[in-house]
Ligand binder design. Structure first.
Ligand code: NOJ
Length: 770
């Protein structure tokens, strides 16, 4: 720490100290902070050479955490030259300090580095994968998970996280559907805002705040055929209506940075797309932070066919990209482009200013070692409180897909339980995708959790039953970068199976823990077949023949096709990838200590052939009417209906919905409407229900979605209790983008729907005129 109290650092501290002067209101305070920041950054930039300015635009990876195919060389020399603005993939106070030392002690202007990492669903304490977090429908839990991640990340020297990932996804083949919040644009915006708030806290200068980086801007989830890094092409109206809202919500929540996506947007790669990065993001939405490219995304613009590295780097700078991740396109070409008149110094200055402003907002000029605190590192990560929060989040994220004859919850004693499946006695796959600092060895397996909750009475047996897969080519792809991601039992498949069947024969109930392993979803993990792998299906089929109740605990980073499982299992509990406390959370729910309340945020197809499938689709001119019919929009061989619709999820208890009571049925202008339903807990357990509000707009100037989610409330009901749930509806919720991309509502009829999922609702009509 002593190093800062050199003459130059004292000056910085003095500037920062002025920031804490009391000011009359928040707006005035922001204006004053901005003015001080401008003076400070302008003063610093006056001293900077062109090379140093370009250096600020260079983000390199340390190689400590490998998240891409290329890494950087010559890091120390570049740090001394001021040729690096930030490092990602480096964490731990000692590591971060040694890099920061070089920048602030040995570079000419002592400009601190920003330190980023893929902290996606927790840092050391791992929460459920983002898709699982979204099925909690609990913004408090989501915000808290981001705050805990920020606390742990800052305790290890970080100040920037590459999260939230807010890409809307309607295609379960795409492995990164696991990293987002599903298919609904409005709901995705709610989650995006909660995450940004959780990360950034009340002020970025707080010791436990990190800057969020919203990604992947934009439309990355629209990859054709669900194939990773593939082309995206869609109409502007679809972009605005269905894909852009979560990014916009993150801007409104104050996100400090954005990441450009790998794909094209309207034919132009996002990383060099001026309409996207400047006109939409900054001018229309008012974003005032900085934009970083995705990993070598700038270099990849050459593959997209827009020219060599110098050409695309100049395009990117002009488009509004401020920082280049890993590829060193800016570093190696911008000076030449400046000399050749292909970029201007004003364009370089603007990008440099935005990066320096981010460091200023984070308080790094005041104290470059702000997040480097060995005491916090020792005491504030993976604490019992954080683990408890992760367990509670996991319990709330589980979605009960089926529960025939109330087979769940299981009895804690007196019943013989055969626990089987490759994910049962397994710690590694509990964490899910994107767990750079998460240690799988510290996670709780399902078998451990079951014994923790039900006791180790001898009535619980275990057999693996099957490997994740027996397909060796597939397996080698899961074990990427030479890592042993999947542990294989080398015994022949039939021997594994027989052991499980023998155990199951001597049981009262079978708990089969099956599905996708960690590396089957996430980046670069698209699947054409999204069923449970064959080896595991064989095991399930053999077990089902025994005629005992079969409970499936399903691990998955995406919706899977589960038609056989839905027909043959007694119960299916979808637990996604629950994180560090996985096994404890699973057991708490299996034994009824927590009654499941999660609801799907993605539609589950019956077959891959139905994809893309989503609840808020357009009607078409020849809509499906509940069964196959000639000259209708349907399939010859399969129903249009999903296996499980958006918003679906059962409970151990039962909720009954009364009819909708509207405050009015004829409204005018900015009047407000209230819609109320009585929800009754008619079952045997106290439980939580996510009451969902949808609205349809059957006649408009453009074709509108058959229904759209406009609100939800998560309520808790005791046995026999009834609660009136009221939604306030204003014209704001009726707005949509018309063909001129004007966001407004149009008068006419609206159908208000309230229910337990998108397909099971009560409905009432209103007329609303302007
Ligand atoms: C590529 C991924 O698309 C992005 O989400 C991630 O943040 C970067 N790699 C850095 O690891």
């Amino acid at each position: 720490m002593k190093i800062f109290f050199t003459k130059r650092r004292v000056n910085y501290l003095t500037t920062a100290a002025l920031l804490v002067l009391p000011l009359s209101n928040a707006l005035g305070q922001k204006a004053s902070t901005d003015a001080k920041m401008n003076i400070f950054v302008s003063g610093l930039m006056k001293k900077m050479t062109v090379d140093e300015k370009i250096g600020q635009l260079n983000l390199i990876t340390s190689g400590m955490a490998i998240t891409g195919a290329v890494t950087n060389n010559g890091v120390e020399a570049n740090l001394k030259k001021g040729a690096i603005g930030g490092i990602f993939g480096l964490y731990g106070t000692a590591n971060v300090k040694s890099a920061q030392d070089v920048a602030v002690k040995n570079s000419r202007l002592h400009i601190p580095l920003i330190f980023g990492l893929d902290v996606i669903h927790g840092h050391r304490t791992i929460f459920p994968i983002p898709l699982g977090m979204s099925t909690t429908w609990d913004m408090g839990i989501i915000e808290q998970s981001a705050h805990i991640a920020a606390k742990e990340a800052t305790a290890e020297g970080l100040n920037w996280v590459f999260s939230p990932m807010v890409d809307i996804a309607r295609d379960a083949r795409w492995g990164r559907i696991s990293e987002g919040s599903g298919e609904d644009p409005w709901y995705g915006g709610q989650v995006a805002a909660a995450m940004v708030k959780g990360y950034q806290g009340s002020s970025l200068t707080n010791a436990d705040a990190v800057m969020a980086c919203v990604k992947h801007f934009a439309l990355y989830g629209g990859a054709e055929a669900g194939r990773e890094y593939n082309t995206v092409d869609m109409s502007r109206i679809r972009m605005y209506q269905d894909y852009m809202p979560p990014y916009k919500a993150a801007v409104d929540a104050g996100a400090g940075s954005f990441m450009s996506s790998f794909n094209v947007v309207d034919g132009v790669p996002a990383t060099v797309n001026k309409w996207l990065l400047t006109d939409l993001l900054r001018k229309q939405w008012g974003f005032d932070g900085f934009v970083v490219s995705d990993y070598t995304a700038l270099n990849e613009v050459t593959n997209h066919g827009l020219g060599d590295l110098q050409t695309v780097s100049a395009l990117a700078l002009k488009a509004g990209l401020d920082m280049d991740m890993v590829g060193e396109g800016f570093l190696s070409t911008l000076k030449t482009s400046l000399k050749q008149g292909k970029v201007t110094i004003a364009e370089i200055d603007l990008a440099c200013r935005r990066v320096l402003e981010a460091k200023y907002k984070l308080g790094l000029f005041a104290n470059p070692y702000k997040s480097i605190d060995a005491t916090r590192e020792a005491n504030e990560v993976l604490t019992p409180e954080h683990r408890k929060a992760a367990r509670i989040a996991a319990e709330h994220s589980f979605v009960l897909l089926k529960n025939d004859n109330q087979i769940l919850p299981l009895k804690k004693s007196g019943s013989r339980i055969a626990v089987v499946g490759p994910l049962a006695d397994n710690k590694r796959d509990m964490l899910g995708t994107w767990v750079i600092a998460g240690e799988w060895q510290k996670s709780i397996s399902v078998l451990e959790g079951i014994k923790n909750v039900a006791g180790n009475s001898g009535l619980i047996t275990y057999a693996k039953g099957a490997n994740i897969t027996e397909d060796t080519a597939f397996m080698s792809r899961l074990n990427f970068f030479g890592q042993q991601m999947v542990s294989i039992d080398k015994r022949p498949a039939n021997e594994l199976l027989e052991e499980a069947v023998d155990n199951a024969k001597r049981s009262d109930v079978i708990v089969a823990v099956v599905g996708e392993s960690q590396s089957m979803s996430g980046e670069s993990s698209s699947r054409a077949d999204i069923s449970i792998p064959e080896s595991q299906q064989n095991m399930l089929k053999a077990l089902a023949k025994l005629g005992k109740p079969l409970v499936i605990v399903l691990f998955n980073g995406r919706p899977l096709t589960l038609t056989w499982e839905n027909e043959n299992a007694a119960a299916i509990l979808d637990v996604w990838a629950p994180g560090t406390e996985a096994g404890n959370a699973v057991a708490e729910v299996l034994f009824g200590n927590y009654i499941p309340s999660g609801k799907l945020t993605t539609t589950f197809p019956r077959s891959v052939g139905q994809i893309p499938i989503y609840y808020n689709h357009l009607n078409t001119g020849r809509p499906y009417s509940g069964g196959p019919a000639k000259f209708k929009s349907n399939y010859l061989d399969i129903s249009n209906d999903p296996l499980y619709p958006f918003g679906y999820g059962l409970s151990y208890t039962k909720f009954n919905y009364g009819d909708i009571k509207l405050s009015k049925t004829n409204l005018k202008g900015n009047e407000a409407l209230t819609a109320t339903v009585a929800v009754t807990n008619a079952g045997k357990y106290a439980g939580e229900e996510v009451v969902q509000l949808y609205i349809s707009d059957p006649v408009a100037s453009v074709s509108r979605a058959v229904k759209e989610l406009k609100g939800f409330q998560k309520i808790n009901l005791q046995v026999g209790e009834t609660k009136n749930v009221t939604f306030n509806i204003t014209p704001e919720q009726l707005k949509f983008y018309n063909s001129q991309l004007k966001y407004d509502w149009e008068p006419g009829e609206f159908i208000v729907q309230i229910g337990t999922n998108s397909a099971d609702v009560k409905a009432a009509k209103v007329q609303w005129v302007k």
